[in-house]
Design a protein around this ligand. Sequence first.
Ligand SMILES: Cc1ncc(COP(=O)(O)O)c(C=O)c1O
Length: 492
Amino acid sequence: MNHNRTTPIELSKDQFRKIGYELIDQISEFNVSMNERPVTYGESPAQLQELLGKGSLPEQGKDAEALLQQATELLFNHSLFNGHPKFLGYITSSATPIGALADLLASSVNPNVGGQILSPIATEIEKQTVQWLAEFIGYNSDCGGILVSGGNMANFTAFLAARTAKAPKSIKEKGMSGLSKELVVYCSKTTHTWIDKASILFGLGSDAVRWIPADEANRMDIDQLEATIKKDLENNSMPIMVIGTAGDVSTGSVDDLDAISKVCKTYNLWFHVDGAYGVPAALVPQYKNLFKGLDQADSIALDPHKWLYSPLEAGCTLVKDPQHLLDTYSSNPEYYNLNHYDHEQNYFEFGLQNSRGFRALKVWLALQQIGRQGYEQMISEDIELSGLLFDLAGKHPELEAVSNNLSITVFRYIPEDSDYDQDYLNELNEELLNTLQLGGEVFLSNAIVKGNYCLRGCIVNFRTSEKDIREIIDIVVRVGRATHDKLKKSLG
Ligand SMILES: Cc1ncc(COP(=O)(O)O)c(C=O)c1O
């Protein structure tokens, strides 16, 4: 073996610079020309597979520059762009450009943020990020917390902490088999699908979820919540937690967190808030009151990759008393020699992951680049634009405005020519959404409200402007008419 090892993995300094500069040039152009592209090219999986070919694992290595160029072309010409001003689907934001640079920097240094000794400055940056996120939403900044991959993981992390805190202590060693009572949890029927996964994952089973009905405004019915808890207690079940949603995935409504926190106090239950989407709006003075009671939460899930515009993936769990995370996740294996200072924070003891990437960097940088005022401006504008979409839909004779909460507007297309029954309107709007989603002019998603299939636009997009909203109305009506004509013909 040579003294100086040569491997197929290294790039020379000059090569790295050259390829890196070329890539950065292309990305800077991409960032400012997003609106010149379609939102998506709408290609089928089969078309894309053909593009990649069926070759087997390469035997010999290839030139890095050519590979990166090929990857850039593939991504720029065959992706769906959630950074496009007319992308209003699901809850995926336009990503902060500084976040992309942060990810490059984070992967270059590659700290393992599972142990403080392995990530000295990265751990401190993550701690500060957690503290700033708590401040952002008006939560106790002495709380504990951890960055995770997204909303599901943020809710899972809190769920297991709640189970540890409220179930009999034996659960850690004996699991569910040691319990004489069934553990149950409560949430509104609008709660995101993560709750099913969490109850399955952490051994309660999906039947342990009590789906409390929601009122007209899609908020949890508090009387029903209390009645259900009482009934469970009479039936010898063991309630452990209530989940309030701060911005539900379909319509953006916020539960009465204050009322839920009072019920939790009365029955000694863990109060968790799923604020994955909506909780950043608590920063805006005008909306703060909507989140009254948030400060009472034992834990909160929020998602920088939604309304803080972080690139995927970045979620965060906040826990009022960080000891609950340690009680749940800490262990001291003999093969770790991680403790060198007092008060070290080894993040592997605060959550489900062991080795962890430096996802805090992109959030930490964006919080500073944008600042409280910048976020307040962007979040308020997103809400205003969503209000405009609702108003324009309400004024248009062929659209019905259904709901508007935070930055989510729900509406549907209703043809003018005569009366159609609900089944037809549902089929028409579903077909319309499919056409829009593959068409590339605008990307919306759907919501089912009172059995009606609706179109749904969620604006967590700092590139969307008033002009886009007006154009979206025109596009929906134009494509709505064409879809209606086609559907009428096909049904005879
Ligand atoms: C309220 C709510 N909770 C949780 C999630 C899950 O988040 P993620 O997709 O980041 O896992 C979502 C996703 O839209 C959501 O809206």
